[in-house]
Design a protein around this ligand. Structure first.
Ligand SMILES: C[S@@+](CC[C@H](N)C(=O)[O-])C[C@H]1O[C@@H](n2cnc3c(N)ncnc32)[C@H](O)[C@@H]1O
Length: 254
């Protein structure tokens, strides 16, 4: 899963990370923490900008791929609610597509902000999903094999706050409630071209894909994946263009 994530998603998510690094005004020599770093995408972007960065993630699989692909990068296994760093250790903290994944979002924000120095910046990105023909097609097909009521817990477990943080106001409110000041948000638009095969590989490693695979078993999954590929081939071009709206948010620790 982490290998596919790295191949399909990382190059695209790096574009968002670049905008996040700019929004957080990460300059050279800044000490940056990338929370929920995955395979190290945003930490690597901060390093490109001249910062010294460390990425932490709760997934050993993602970190293992990150270590192989970005061998010079400092990566560590840690939970956002229990960061192994002293107070004020960083000039900035980033979380690229992570906010919606925190189970205890207030506690996680508290600890992320704790490790940033006063005057330092904290920046997050989150999906602002709009109508999307590809996602609708995918969802329609998975709901044809697994009832919606059974899928809901899978969504809930993987990204409990996905719905909430689709709204700029909700992201802004969460950062203000966590004690950040000068909170600013914007919606950025990205256009990502994918081969149809890559797009589907990318969907299959997200929460619903993983859940359906587990439910169907390997044989059932292979049949299902072939049907999805057939339906996408009938309905959509190759390569396809995916237009995504992303909320970028930044605040300052007082
Ligand atoms: C959608 S991925 C984003 C990865 C990376 N930031 C990027 O831009 O490619 C979300 C990541 O957050 C991590 N994560 C979720 N909750 C976490 C937590 N409480 N503490 C640390 N990492 C967490 C997951 O393991 C996953 O790697």
């Amino acid at each position: 899963m982490a290998e596919t994530y790295e191949r399909v998603h990382s190059p695209r998510f790096a574009e968002v990370a670049r905008d996040l690094v700019e929004l957080a005004s990460v300059g050279s020599d800044a000490r940056v923490l990338d929370v929920g770093t995955g395979t190290g995408v945003a930490a690597a972007v901060a390093v490109e900008a001249g910062a010294s960065a460390v990425g932490v993630d709760a997934s050993f699989g993602m970190l293992a791929v990150g270590r192989r692909v970005r061998p010079g990068l400092r990566l560590a296994a840690a939970e956002a609610i229990d960061l192994p760093f002293r107070d004020g250790a960083f000039d900035a903290a980033l979380g690229n597509f992570v906010l919606a994944h925190f189970t205890k979002v207030e506690t996680a924000l508290f600890d992320v902000i704790r490790v940033v120095r006063p005057g330092g910046r904290v920046a997050f990105s989150a999906w602002a999903d709009g109508p999307d023909a590809y996602q609708d097609a995918w969802r329609g097909m998975i709901e044809s094999v697994v009832p919606r009521e059974m899928l809901q817990p899978a969504y809930q477990q993987a990204a409990p706050w996905h719905e909430r943080f689709r709204s700029r106001n909700a992201v802004e409110e969460a950062l203000i409630d966590a004690g950040l000041r000068h909170v600013r948000t914007e919606t950025a638009k990205y256009r990502w071209a994918y081969s149809r095969a890559d797009y589907l590989d990318g969907l299959e490693v997200f929460a619903t894909g993983r859940f359906v695979r587990e439910m169907l078993g390997e044989r059932g999954w292979a049949d299902f994946a072939a049907r999805v590929r057939g339906e996408f081939a009938d309905r959509f071009p190759d390569p396809l263009n995916d237009f995504r709206d992303v909320i970028l948010a930044v605040g300052t620790k007082t």
